[in-house]
Structure formats: C-alpha cells, structure tokens
Design a protein around this ligand. Structure first.
Ligand code: NAP
Length: 260
C-alpha cells in the first residue's frame, strides 16, 4: 500500500484524507493518507527525509508551507516554477520534485467560466499561493488579470498589482476570490463590499461553505469544491504515474460522497 500525507499547520478540519480515499476507491488504488501537522518549517525538512527514505511515497503541501518548502526540493516542474509554489511532492530519479496541481484545479474552474462568458476584465483578490496559481492559469488562458492586495508591493511578480481602493475603478466583470475571507466559520464575511459584485461573475476558491457570501451576491458564481477535488485527483495521477481523466460524472459522485 502506498503512503501519502498532507503537510501543513492546523489541519484538523482537512477533507483531504477522505477525498483521497474516495478517489483511490474509484480507481482501485490502495493508499493511506495522514494529516502531518507541522508547527515549524524546520520540521518540514524531516518529512522530506521520510520521502527520501521511502517511509512516504508523496506529500501534499498546504498553508503555510507551499512556498516555504521550495528550498528543500531538488527540482520543480515547469508549472510549479512558473507559479513559485507547490502543493504536491514526490520522488523521481532519486530527486525530490515539486509540482502544483492547484493550477489544474483552478484551470477547470476558469475553463468552465470561459465556456459561458468572456470577461471584460479580471480581478484576483489576494496575493498568496492560490492567487499565484490563479494568476498563472489566467495568463495561460489569455487573460491579463489585476491582482488586488492589502499591501501592493511591486516586487511581488504580478504585472498589475493594485490596492482594494484602486481596484474599485478598474473595468472588470470577473472577480476571483483567492483570500480566505468568507471561509467557515466566518461565513458572514466577504473580502470586498458585496454590492460590487451584483452585476459581476465570481469564482471563489473557498469550498466551505459551498456558497460564500460573495458568491451569493454575484450575478453568477462558481465555488472552489471542484478545484479541491481536481487538485487531489491530479496529485494521485502523479503519484501513481497514471493519466486517468476526470469527467463530470466522477466529479459529481465524489462531491456527493464528500457531503455525507
Ligand atoms: P495564503 O497563501 O494565506 O494567501 C491568502 C491571501 O489572501 C494573502 O496573501 C492575502 O493577500 C489575502 N488575505 C489574507 N488574510 C486576509 C484578510 N484578513 N483580509 C484580506 N485579505 C487577506 O492562502 P492561499 O493558499 O492562497 O489560499 C487562499 C484561499 O484559497 C483559502 O481560502 C484556501 O482555502 C483557498 N484555496 C482553495 C483551493 C481549492 O482547491 N479550492 C486551493 C488552494 C486554496 P494580501 O496580503 O496581498 O492582501
């Protein structure tokens, strides 16, 4: 049986173990998936040793280590290099490799959106790891988003970085929430005045609740649950060296099972 785990901090509410078991059972894979709560970045390096020693076959990385883990890796996939953050690591040719499957998850959401609407302008709220993945996908799909930050620092690597005040004057009709604002248990919060999105489309990366306050006030919205499932699905494909494609029926089944 292959052994995987999630490295992060304060993981007790994570859906990842259940999600990975659900995906594994659909494709006759056997795995264990541990929550590896790590209080300090130095302890991440001992987990990387577990990978090198074969005690684990792969890890997912989450907040707050998606960028902090980079110095411990030997190689990044082109996707991870472009984003500057990883959420999936594994051993290949005796090297510790970092990849980013949040990219694939968000790409699915954005493609869904683009199949019904071509935005006049895009704002990404937040400048953390998820914003970086979203930004890379937007660029790859031909969009040129503005990234909105509480403290815009031009060295951030984003071409168009603006404050929340500046963002209010930008012509846009797609708002991507890549901040944690609105996440359970603070579900009555929103990262911006909800009046701003009443005539706009929202993609919210938050998956709990399924409909955030921001989504609830938008003209049309897509939440983060499909992204969560797809990033896990693609991570498993990498770990098992398979290229199974996920279709809407499988996605629906996993979503229903996760709800139980
Ligand atoms: P992160 O690295 O901590 O970054 C979040 C960003 O949000 C920060 O860089 C910050 O940007 C902004 N932010 C943080 N606290 C804020 C506050 N109090 N008010 C306003 N802005 C604030 O986290 P992340 O990994 O990017 O994740 C962000 C969200 O995406 C989380 O809700 C996470 O659950 C979700 N996510 C979902 C999936 C999925 O599969 N659906 C995958 C990844 C992430 P500034 O400092 O520039 O303002």
């Amino acid at each position: 049986m292959k052994k995987f785990g999630l490295i992060g901090y304060k993981l007790n509410h994570s859906k990842s173990p259940r999600l990975h078991q659900l995906i594994a059972s659909l494709f006759n894979r056997e795995l264990s998936y541990d929550l590896l709560d790590v209080a300090h970045i130095n302890d991440v390096s001992s987990r990387i040793d577990d990978l090198k020693n074969g005690r684990y076959d792969g890890f997912n990385i989450t907040i707050p280590y998606k960028e902090a883990v980079l110095p411990f890796l030997d190689r990044l996939t082109p996707k991870a290099k472009k984003i500057g953050a990883v959420n999936t690591i594994y051993i290949e040719d005796n090297l510790v490799v970092g990849d980013n499957t949040d990219y694939d998850g968000f790409k699915y959401l954005l493609e869904q959106h683009l199949s019904m609407h071509q935005p006049s302008g895009v704002l990404i709220l937040g400048s953390g790891g998820a914003a970086k993945s979203s930004y890379a996908v937007c660029k790859d799909l031909g969009l040129d988003p503005y990234v909105v930050s509480r403290k815009p620092v031009q060295s951030s690597g984003f071409k168009n970085l603006v404050s929340y005040k500046e963002a209010m004057d930008i012509t846009c009709d797609l708002i991507i929430n890549a901040t944690p604002i609105g996440m359970y248990p603070h579900s009555d919060a929103a990262p911006i005045d909800v009046g701003f999105v009443k005539d706009k489309y929202v993609i919210d990366l938050i998956y709990n609740p399924r409909i955030t306050k921001l989504m609830d006030h938008a003209k049309h919205s897509i939440g983060g649950i499909d992204m969560l499932i797809i990033q896990a699905f693609v991570a498993q494909n990498i770990w098992f060296n398979e290229s199974i494609t996920i279709d809407s029926d499988i996605l629906k089944r996993i979503k229903e099972d996760l709800n139980e």
